[in-house]
Structure formats: C-alpha cells, structure tokens
Design a protein around this ligand. Structure first.
Ligand code: BGC
Length: 774
C-alpha cells in the first residue's frame, strides 16, 4: 500500500396556431369578466439588472438557462474539470509532484474554479459521509488547523442501524453545517452501495444490504447536508461493492436484477434526498466503466429517473473524453488522479470537432449550474473558513444520539446488561477502550478534535492513519459506577483471563479496522482477538463483548459470552454512547442493517473475488447474477441458510409485543397497520418491520416498510405504514415498467428477517407502474 490512494490504476416550441388561439380566447374571457385593474408588476430591487439569474423566484432550471446564455464555451467547460486539492508527490500521470490550486482549500478532496465575471462560485469539495474529512497531510504541511479537527458521526452503517430517518437527517444537517462553516459547498457524502460483500473495506461508509432501508437513510443524510446550501453527492454509482481491484472489476448483472437491488437503493435515495450530484464509481459494469456507462448514466439515472443534477467521477475514475462525455459524465474530478486531463483541453477539442455536441456541452454545464441554484450556492454562498464558530459540543451530542440509536444489542443474558449497580469490580479489556473509540480509514477520515489518543498502528499511509476519537468508554463507565474499574490492553491473553476471574463483570472490546482500498481477508476479528475473548469468557461467565467493526463479523466465542453489543465505529462521542448503553442510561434500539453470516461459505462468493496483485489493465469479471437481486437476507432466505444474526435483529432492555396486523390495498401499494406494546419495565424503541412476499420474486420476501416506535412501559401504539408499490412488483426491462401481478400477497409483521410475528394476506389487482414506480 502506498501512502496515497491508488489512482486510476490502483486508483425538446411547439406552439400551434390552435393552441395560441385557445389561450387568447381564455384570456379575452377573463378580461371581459374582470373589472379590477391588473396587479402592478412586482419590481424586484434585489435582482441586479445584469444578473437576472439571481431572481430567486425563478426555478433552478430557468436560472441555469439564463446564466448559460451569457457563457462562452470555454467557461461552460471550465465547470466540468475538477482538481484534487491536496499536494501529491506520486504520479501515474504526466504530472509529477502535483501541487493543488492555491484557491483550493488545503488538503481537501477537490476544487473547481468558478467564473467571477458571472458570479459563479468556486466549488470547494470535501469528503465525506461522517463529517468534514482531511486528506493526507505531509508532516511539513501540518499546522494548528491541519488536519482539520471536526465532529465525526458514527459510521454510515451505524446510522442505517438506527432505522431512524430523523436521526440520519439531523446527522447530515450537522456535518453539512460543519462543511459550510469550513468553507466547503460540495460534500462527497451519500455513500450507498449495497452490501453484497461483507468483507468490503468500505461497508462502514454505506447503509447495509437492503435497498429500502439504505435508500431511505442515505436520502435523509443527503437532505440534511443540503439544508446547509452544500451540494451532496450520492455515491458510488454503481455496484462498487468491494475494494479489491475496484478500478478493474467488471461486475456483470442483468438490468432487471440491478433495478430491483442496488439501483433501487440509489433510486430511493435520489427521490428522498434530491442530491445535486451523483458520483460514478471506479469499477466497470457489464463491460463499461461506470463513468462512461451509457446505461447507468444516460438511460437509468438521467432519463428513467429524471435526475437533473450532474454526474461527477470518482477520483481517478475518468478514462476518456468523448466516450465519457457522451455516456453522461458531466464533470471529471480530482485531477491529477487520471491518466489524462480528459475534460480539459481535450473536451474543448472534442466539442469543436463535433465528437461531443454543443448541446451536450451546454447540458454538462447546465446540470452543474442547476445543482448550484437548486441547493442555494448562489444565494447563500460560503464565507470561507468560519470553523471557530462551530459548536462542537452541540454537534458531538448529535453524533452521540446517532451512535446510541444505532448500537445493536445482539445478545443478552438476563441480569447481565445493563451493568449491575452492585458490581464491585469491572474489568475492561482491549481496543484502547481506556482512551478512545475506533474510526474507519480512507478518504472519509474525519480527524479528531484534539488528535488521536493512540499512535497510528497501521503505519503504511493511506488509508491510514488508524485513527481513534478521544472518547473513552472506560471513563464513561467510571463516571456511572461505584465499582472499581480497571483496564488491560489484552495483549497478554493469560493475564487478561486471570484478571477476568477476579472481576465481577468483564467488558471486552473487539475491534476490526477497515478502510478504503482494501477488503477484510475474512470475517474474524484480527490480531488474536477471538482467542482473547474466548479466554476471558472462559474465566468469567459475566463477559460482555463490545464490537467496534466496519460490518459483520463471525463470533466463534458467541455461546461462551453473556452479552454482545455491536457498536460499529461510534464517532466523536462513541465512548460516552457505549457507557450510556452499557449502564442502561440509554436503552439500545439499533437493529442490524445487514445479515451477520455464520460462516463465509454461506455467501454467494465464499472466496473474495479479485487479486490485489493484478496489473492495472486486467479486468476480471465478477458475476453478480449469482445472487442477482437476492442480496443479503434475501440470499439467506432463498438458500435456507441460518445466519449468525439475521437482518433486522436487535434486542432491548425492555420487551415488546407486536400484534393486530391488518393490510389493505391502498393507492398503488399496500397499507399495513399494527400495534406495538411495551411489555417490559423501561421505556424503549422498537423497530417494527413489514416484509412482503409475492410469487416470481428474487427471494421469498422483501422488506416492504419499517417504523421505529418509542413506547413507554405498559403503553401501546398504533402504527400505519405504506409499502412502496415497487416492492410489490417485478421490473420488466423490455417495457421499463414495474408490474404487480394479480394475486394474494403475504404481509408479515416482524422484529427481524427471521422473527415473523404475524402474517396476513392481501389481494392485489394487476397493475403496471412506470419506471419511476408511479
Ligand atoms: C473515494 C471517494 C472520495 C474521493 C475524493 C475516492 O478515493 O472513492 O469516495 O469522495 O476519493 O477523496
């Protein structure tokens, strides 16, 4: 692994006389029946006469058209070419020792120069989905302000585990605000790649394995970010579901299967969040790079879904000029990651020579301008670095709420959790739980305020440094107990077991650091941690395991331990969040957004595909038609496999009873109603899940709807949800329609994919919906 990211290689006036005539008639009739004088025309004093596009009463589209009329071809194309905003010594390009443009924000992801004479803002781009990131800063360039210390949300998968769109949106709004106050107006967030590969090193950035859940959560994150007048991406489009050979892999998948799985997730996220930009991915899909893939970009995204924003490439994912521009790529990002500055002079030449039409050049610029107007970059411009005004305390609490709602209690032995108030001694073992909590690595890395409390244990550059947030679970526990709390790092397994024997309760932390650019070799905790947990659990039955992992792991020690909490990468205030859940100050309510397999051989691809040593021009095929749209729990259902923990699973310190399920056909979908009762002793939140089942589907059932409900002890709540008609249909590629077959459909009320509480049947008539599910 080099100290930098592997780049390209590693890295329609139709006004007929009749129509005009009809309009004139209506107008005349109106004039005859109205005596009042016409209203005085509104004079907008705030719109400069030479900048009519600054009229906020106009649509983003109309404003983009107005400004476009004033632009030269060179100016239009200038918007389509972005620079990496970080110095880079490496090079696979003709540029050596790349130095970022001086107007860029130091050590950030990107910069696209604006056009001053027209007031078109610069585009200052920052990663990513959990907060304002900083790219690798060389020692010599480090200052008091670099790398930027900012608030980190818990990992994306944690936010998906909240099953709470409000939490997702609040988190997005918080990080979007920090981006704005840091001088950025584009945030490379909205990571949403379905989990087809539990070993994927970037699963922590994404929303799990289900298109509905991932789409809704990611869409709300985007909405939150953009509420700050910061454009958010939705990425990485599409099927970039593993890191190994991410620049080479050619994923094969049929249109129907893709539209019912990964693409449906993107479609729902797009409809929910209205992102200004979509970032196309590194990989190839069905023989074409995602960033020059006419099917993905022109057909599915822009035509079928009606996306009006712009497609930016991932950093190093542009491979051509004419082909990419004509296939739908609107902006080349992150020069100098690519082999050539394809959208610089070459694009101008391609337009001048007619290989790329003038109309397309206009469209490229218009899409970028549309996003800027739509999100508010012209009307509420960034004011540079105002980071000193960020309310880190308040933002830390927003992050903490996300962590607390996404933490999943996987197993509990009655009486063990929450931690007993009478325990005299608590032993804490492993994962630097005395000083902090882990984060995921790569371009999304948000640096901690105050620095990492643990020196980099990776030591090999990107996607490091392996970074910890200074929020100590141990201190959080100490503040909430009268017991003596001690810590051991767990390197000496025997010593840890001996100490465990003497303690009333043991909390052992297991960590798995994952990051961009590589996948986990397997699903075991690395560095002998499985042995450590087994030994500690053998010595003391009252062993609680807290996991800080990028995604699913196997648990060879599961039967021996008393309780397990999946805390993911819990963000800036993670230690506090963990302590509050362990001690019962917060009742856990997270549910798994992905299946935890029992073993690798249950996966569609037991052996991880690709080979890190492959040369850059090899393009191994990867067959996603094996599982097709049956991703995650759908695959497990179809195969009859029993996972370690099913999708949707999550326990609480209280108990719930779900009942009274009814389902009726409503509109084009289904409405399901039920009640949730808290049958235990403490307030809690249940994630009620509705699964649906029809014939001829990719798998026995699909998640159709969900609702997180907060219920006080002894109370009941009535809940109604609607199932999106696309989740009751199958997609037909030839006619580009979603079709609901006439027949009986099972509607299931559940607490996880494997715990169906009640089932009813609803009869649906045959229906045909358009490509947007309408
Ligand atoms: C990542 C993107 C990121 C970009 C800019 C790429 O390596 O795949 O997610 O936004 O870099 O840093």
């Amino acid at each position: 692994m080099t100290s930098f990211r592997p780049a390209a290689f590693g890295p329609r006036l139709l006004a007929t006389t009749a129509l005009i005539g009809a309009f004139a008639l209506v107008h005349a009739a109106h004039a005859q029946t109205t005596n009042a004088p016409p209203p005085a025309p509104t004079v907008r004093t705030d719109v400069p006469a030479d900048r009519p596009w600054m009229d906020t009463s106009l649509s983003a589209e109309a404003r983009a058209d107005l400004i476009l009329k004033e632009m030269t071809l060179a100016e239009k194309l200038q918007l389509t070419f972005g620079y990496f905003s970080t110095d880079a010594k490496w090079s696979i390009t003709p540029i050596k020792n790349y130095v970022f443009p001086k107007e860029g924000l130091p050590y950030s992801a990107g910069f696209v120069p604006g056009i001053e004479r027209l007031g078109i803002p610069n585009q200052w781009e920052t990663d990513a989905g959990v907060g304002v990131a900083t790219q690798t800063v060389p020692e010599a360039a480090r200052t008091a302000d670099l790398p930027r210390g900012r608030t980190a949300l818990p990992s994306g998968i944690n936010t998906a585990a909240t099953w709470n769109p409000e939490v997702a949106e609040a988190g997005g709004a918080m990080i979007g605000n920090e981006a704005f106050l840091s001088g950025f107006n584009v945030q490379l967030a909205g990571g949403m790649n379905l989990m087809r590969e539990p070993r994927n090193g970037r699963n922590f950035e994404y929303g799990g394995e289900d298109p509905l859940l991932a789409g809704i959560i990611t869409g709300h994150e985007i909405k939150g970010i953009q509420s700050n007048h910061v454009i958010s991406t939705l990425k990485h489009y599409a099927l970039n579901d593993q890191e190994t050979n991410r620049n080479q892999m050619d994923h094969q998948i049929e249109d129907k299967a893709a539209r019912e799985s990964d693409l449906l997730g993107f479609q729902i996220a797009y409809e929910t969040g209205n992102p200004g930009s979509v970032m196309c991915s590194y990989n190839r899909v069905n023989g074409h790079y995602a960033c020059e893939n006419d099917w993905l970009l022109n057909q599915v995204l822009k035509t079928d879904w009606g996306f009006k924003g712009y497609v930016m490439s991932d950093w190093g994912a542009t491979h051509s000029t004419t082909q990419a521009a004509n296939a739908g790529l609107d902006q080349q990002s992150g020069w100098a990651f690519d082999r050539s500055p394809y959208f610089h002079g070459a694009l101008r030449e391609a337009v001048n020579n007619g290989y790329v039409s003038q109309e397309r050049a206009n469209d490229m610029a218009k899409r970028i301008l549309w996003a800027m107007f739509e999100v508010g970059l012209f009307d509420t411009p960034v004011k540079g670095d105002q980071a000193t005004t960020i309310d880190f305390e308040k933002n830390g609490k927003i992050s903490q709420t996300d962590s607390e709602e996404g933490m999943v209690l996987l197993k509990n032995t009655p009486g063990l959790l929450p931690l007993s108030k009478t325990a005299k001694s608590i032993l804490i073992v492993g994962a630097h739980a005395d000083v902090g909590v882990l984060s995921g690595g790569g371009s999304s890395q948000v640096y901690p305020l105050g620095g990492s409390p643990v020196a980099d244990e990776y030591g090999k550059g990107f996607p490091g440094p392996k970074t910890w947030y200074p929020s100590s679970p141990m201190k959080g526990i100490q503040a909430r107990t009268t017991a003596t709390v001690t810590y051991l790092d767990g390197k000496d397994v025997k010593a840890a077991a001996a100490a465990a024997k003497k303690a009333d309760v043991v909390v052992v932390f297991g960590e798995q650091w994952t990051g961009e650019g590589f996948d986990a070799p397997d699903l075991n905790l690395p560095n002998n941690q499985d042995a450590l947990i087994s030994a500690v659990a053998k010595a003391n039955k009252k062993t609680v395991v807290v996991l800080e992992t990028g995604g699913p792991v196997v648990m060879p020690w599961l039967s021996k331990v008393g309780a397990v909490i999946e805390a993911w990468y819990p963000g800036s205030n993670g230690g506090e969040a963990i302590a509050r859940v362990l001690t019962g100050e917060v009742n856990p309510s997270g549910h798994l957004p992905a299946t935890f397999p029992a073993s690798l051989d249950q996966l569609p691809r037991p052996v991880l595909e690709g080979d890190p040593k492959l040369d850059s021009d090899s393009h191994p095929m990867s067959n996603y038609n094996i599982e097709g749209a049956a991703v995650g729990y759908k695959w497990f259902d179809k195969k009859g496999y029993k996972p370690l923990f099913p999708f949707g699973h999550g326990l609480s310190y209280t108990t719930f009873a779900l009942s009274d399920l009814t389902a009726t056909a409503e509109g084009k979908g289904v409405k399901a109603s039920f009640s949730v009762k808290n049958t235990g002793g403490v307030a809690g939140k249940e994630v009620a899940q509705i699964y649906v089942s029809g014939t001829g589907w990719e798998a026995p059932k699909r998640l159709g709807a969900f609702q997180k409900v907060e219920v006080a002890p002894g109370e009941s709540q009535s809940v109604s949800v609607t199932v999106d008609p696309r989740l009751l249909a199958t997609y037909d590629s030839a006619s580009k329609t979603w079709n609901i077959a006439a027949g009986d459909y099972k509607v299931m009320l559940a607490t996880s994919a494997d715990d169906i509480v009640q089932t009813v049947t609803v009869h649906l008539d045959a229906q045909t919906l358009d490509v947007r599910g309408k």
